[in-house]
Write a protein that binds this ligand. Structure first.
Ligand code: SAM
Length: 291
């Protein structure tokens, strides 16, 4: 089949699988299989015949995409902030909303003046998306934890790819537990996290790309979605620098009030600040350790 014929077939299969933007997905996967850019593919669309190997690989990918395997897992990478990160089913696919969490954190640190080598904790690092972005943007020394050992394998691949192994330290364990061994109390400029925050009963109602393919441990935030915040907020305080250390958290829908109350219940923390995302949703909450 020619490029055009293959695309037509693939778009039909993806439409039958109710894949959003079937044509766009078909194009993306074809470019991936052929190793072509858009211009090359367009110019050769009528006469270039797929080789047997290309045809087989493309069909396999299309069938998997029609079964709602996320596009990024099939491509093996996802863009995030300034980098292309390796992703696979061991980690959550980093989302554009999380880029705004990073921007808010950088803004807060800039406003009060960033030290030469800020010390950052990233809780629940997954692919390493936040840790990597802050290590690059702030020249920060980052400590990143995850309860999932397999997620840390992917984070390690990304650190090596971006030559950040000496700047980012990955530690395996629950929230702050693995940090206690390193004498970092009172020294951290920023604790940042995009924790699992989907309400338990909602996880199975999400799109199949998410509910059937992304790791549960990256999604399920317990009955009200706020279990992780209850673990992170109080436990962050001993590590934050008194007077200047920031806690910055990504929020799920309608969680600003609950998490805000949690922050207000900690006398060491400032009144929380909430930042909306591009759609006006309260997406980020931040507070400073005052004493
Ligand atoms: C929503 S994902 C965020 C991943 C990544 N930071 C990002 O923004 O793309 C949440 C991550 O937290 C991890 N996690 C869940 N519970 C945890 C816990 N108790 N302690 C540490 N990490 C946890 C999950 O394994 C997952 O990698």
């Amino acid at each position: 089949m020619t490029i055009d014929q293959s695309l037509q077939w693939a778009t039909g299969v993806l439409e039958q699988g109710a894949v959003e933007n079937a044509r766009g997905n078909a194009l993306h996967l074809l470019d991936h299989c052929l190793g072509m850019n858009k211009t090359e593919r367009f110019l050769q669309r009528h006469e270039r015949i797929l080789t047997e190997t290309e045809d087989r690989e493309y069909r396999e990918l299309i069938v998997r995409r029609a079964a709602r395997v996320p596009l990024q897992y099939l491509l093996g990478s996802a863009p995030f902030f300034d980098h292309e990160l390796v992703v696979d089913p061991r980690v959550l696919i980093p989302r554009p909303e999380t880029e705004q969490v990073i921007e808010s954190a950088i803004g807060l640190l800039q406003t009060q003046g960033i030290g030469l080598v800020p010390l950052v904790f990233d809780i629940g690092t997954g692919s390493g998306a936040i840790a990597i972005s802050l290590a690059k943007a702030l020249h920060a020394k980052v400590w990143a934890s995850d309860v999932s050992a397999v997620a840390l394998e992917v984070a390690q691949i990304n650190l090596e790819k971006l030559e950040l192994e000496t700047q980012v330290t990955l530690v395996h364990g629950d929230v702050f537990d693995p940090f206690h061994a390193f004498d970092l109390e009172g020294r951290v400029d920023l604790v940042i996290s995009n924790p699992p925050y989907i309400r338990h009963e909602m996880v199975d109602r999400l799109a199949p790309e998410i509910s059937e393919h992304e790791p549960r441990s990256a999604l399920d935030g317990g009955e009200d979605g706020c279990d992780s915040y209850r673990a992170i907020v109080p436990a962050s305080i001993p590590f934050l620098k008194p007077g200047s250390g920031w806690l910055v958290l990504e929020l799920g829908d309608d969680q600003a009030e609950t998490v805000g109350e949690l922050i207000r219940s900690q006398p060491e923390l400032s009144e929380p600040q909430v930042f909306p995302d591009l759609n006006g949703k309260e997406r980020v909450i931040a507070a400073r350790r005052e004493r």
